[in-house]
Design a protein around this ligand. Structure first.
Ligand code: WT7
Length: 653
């Protein structure tokens, strides 16, 4: 672990270079307009984080004020204790009395090209209708609702409807398999599944309802399935179980007062990969989440009334929760959303949408930026991108080359870039530039935001000196922090609060440079980051050994130019089974079916044995080195013999 951090620190040292101060024209009108202004905010928040967050919470609507800002008993936090509020009320009702009433809340473009706009008033109505629909199916406060949908406005409407009635939503990414969906439904004991017939992806229809049918067979908790008619593909309707969305809402009342919910009422469960095979249900609650998401959206993106803000994330990920749905709506902004694939029907789809909808804030992932960079400047060059005034990135470290390309080719050298570090667990952005205040250094997420006590420490929890590497931690509770792992508080304690005593451990290695800027070095546990999405090596391994021919497997990441990391699986076969290119393809598909296409190994390598230590631990470091070693030599089905290597390295651990 220590070595990995050290090696990567050296990489960072080599590329640390240029610094880009906020463009003066931008800083002039920015919410936080100078380095000094940020320092002042940070100092005040450090002195009294509770006072800082208290003021942020007061910008929102509460039915009843809180008695106490924070109740902290390591590792359990309660924020805004005793207060009651409702997230859907804050996203919708709060905007209906003023000039935002008829303002566009959501502008959506489908992959085939359809455009739909919802004003705040219209969105409020749709959410109320659907919330009443959920109630008519027996959904009550605290019930779990699984949402398995394409990126359509109804996905956001379903989330807001759950928040309105106090049901706990669990969005499952539409690219996940039926099996992955079933596991998540069962773990959360969801009562209802909301889905659609299908969704558009690369010109084809993703058959979501079929996957739900398969999942629900093994999910006894599910009492009803709501189906949105969207892609128009034929589906099977199961009488007594399935309900068309349009029929359900046609008979609903549009009046649905928002439930007065306790600040700590559960808002959502979102599953993410950890270092074991079983995904973790990250639990977020209402008041604190809402407060930090609202503050960060407003200040990190310097969000304005007249902005058209586009976050490209899917609602299946936390970014799609905090910065596609809730953050912009909490701020009464206009959010754009796009259903489909980035390169459909052509490589300029994104740029065409930015030009047509006059997008002013654009937030995406480094993997997408690298893809576009590789496709060349001619595609963005065809479109007028001058509406853009701010760019953002999230999900993984961005390499300086891609950062500079983004700034020049997309941002026209005039847009600041915010590189935002956070996690599913943190709920909201934690480390980031403030665009009018912080000089950016390509590849660094820069500084902890005001009210966030993040630091780089050694194993004992001691802050490392400037210029050194260590572990990224958060030393004090923050409002949008996860509250637990659903159904497994012990795992919550062990995973996040036991590695470095008394502090939240992020799982990331990091380095502080001479200016105190934080450089994320990546995960130090067995978690891969493929295209900004977390995958657990163990989850993929357990999928592989589920195949009848597979005896053992070890999954590691190898560096990948576009995706950050790619999945590389070493596999040993059961006696009598022979490796073949066909079996490779079969195993790749097998993983895709078990988890989802995102986990499909880029590479399968058959081997006679896996290198192990005397105690039987797989020597992953060795495998990582081999995987990173470039092209596979000779016949792709060659067996690798790790016997000798393992012997040579036996005494290393
Ligand atoms: C992990 C969290 C937060 C939404 C997307 C991913 C990596 C995230 C950055 C960044 C370097 C980053 C970290 C983190 N990561 N943002 N700006 N720079 N690394 O959410 O799936 O919960 O993954 O993504 O390793 O721990 P997630």
């Amino acid at each position: 672990m220590e070595n990995a951090v050290k090696e990567r620190s050296i990489d960072v040292l080599l590329r640390e270079g240029a610094s880009f101060p906020p463009p003066p024209a931008f800083a002039k009108t920015a919410r936080v307009p100078s380095k000094a202004a940020r320092a002042k905010l940070t100092a005040a928040a450090a002195k009294s984080p509770e006072k800082f967050w208290d003021a942020a919470a007061r910008e929102l609507f509460w039915f009843k004020p809180w008695r106490k800002t924070l109740q902290w008993k390591v590792p359990h936090a309660k924020w805004f204790v005793g207060g009651t509020t409702n997230l859907s009320y804050n996203c919708l009702d709060r905007h209906l009395d003023g000039p935002r009433r008829n303002k566009a809340a959501l502008i959506w473009e489908g992959e085939p090209g359809e455009v739909r706009t919802y004003t705040y008033l219209q969105l409020h109505r749709e959410v109320s209708l659907f919330a009443n629909g959920l109630k008519s199916l027996g959904v009550a406060k605290g019930d779990r609702v699984a949402i398995y949908m394409p990126l359509v406005p109804e996905a956001v409407i379903a989330m807001l409807a759950c928040a309105r009635v106090g049901a706990v939503h669990g969005v499952v990414f539409g690219g996940f398999s039926a099996e992955a969906l079933r596991d998540r439904i069962n773990d959360s004991q969801a009562k209802i599944v909301v889905t659609s017939d299908g969704g558009w992806r690369k010109g084809a229809i993703l058959r979501l309802k079929d996957a739900v049918d398969e999942a629900v067979k093994g999910s006894p908790s599910v009492k009803a399935v709501v189906v949105l008619k969207h892609a128009g593909n034929e589906i099977t309707i199961n009488e007594g179980m399935d309900h068309w969305w349009h029929r359900l809402t046609a008979k609903s009342s549009p009046v649905c007062p928002a439930e007065k919910l306790d600040s700590e009422h559960p808002l959502f469960i979102l599953y993410t990969s950890g270092s074991t095979g079983k995904p973790k249900g990250i639990l977020h609650t209402t008041g604190g989440y809402m407060t930090q998401v609202a503050w960060t959206t407003k200040n990190v993106f310097d969000l304005r009334e007249e902005d058209v803000y586009w976050c490209t994330a899917d609602v299946g990920w936390v970014t799609g929760h905090s910065y596609l749905s809730y953050g912009p709506l909490l701020n009464g902004a206009t959010a754009f959303m796009y259903e489909g694939a980035p390169l459909t029907p052509g490589p300029d789809r994104f740029w065409s949408m930015i030009a047509r909808h006059k997008i002013s804030i654009f937030y995406t992932a480094p993997t997408a930026i690298r893809t576009f960079m590789r496709l060349g400047d001619s595609h963005p060059g065809k479109h007028d991108l001058t509406s853009l005034r701010l760019l953002g990135t999230v999900g993984e470290p961005i390499n300086p080359e891609a950062w500079k390309w983004y700034r020049r080719t997309i941002g026209g050298e005039r847009c600041p870039i915010v590189d935002t570090w956070w996690q599913t667990e943190t709920g909201a952005i934690m480390i980031s530039p403030l665009p009018g205040a912080t000089a950016a250094k390509p590849g660094s997420a820069t500084l902890p935001l005001p009210g966030v006590d993040a630091d780089v420490v050694d194993m004992q929890g001691k802050s490392v000196p400037l210029g050194s590497g260590g572990y990224l931690v958060v030393k004090r509770p923050w409002p949008s922090m996860l509250r637990t792992i659903w159904g497994d508080d012990e795992r919550y304690k062990a995973q996040y609060w036991s590695q470095i005593p008394g502090m939240y451990f992020t799982g990331d290695g990091a380095r502080k440079d001479k200016d105190g800027y934080i450089w994320i070095l990546g995960r130090i546990d067995d978690v891969l980051n493929v295209s900004g999405h977390r995958l657990s090596t163990m989850e993929i391994e357990s999928a592989l050994v589920g195949h009848a021919y597979v005896a053992e497997s070890a999954v590691v990441g190898r560096p990948d130019e576009i995706h950050g990391q790619a999945v590389c699986a070493f596999v040993t076969l059961k006696g009598g089974r022979t490796p073949s290119p066909e079996l490779k393809d079969e195993l790749r598909e097998f993983v895709a079916k078990a988890i989802g296409a995102i986990a499909r190994p880029a590479e399968i390598r058959f081997t006679d044995s896996l290198p192990k230590t005397r105690s039987g631990k797989i020597m992953r470091r060795l495998l990582r080195e081999i995987a990173a070693g470039g092209a596979v030599k000779g016949d792709v089905t060659t067996l690798e013999d790790f016997g000798i290597l393992a012997k040579l390295q036996q005494d290393e651990e």
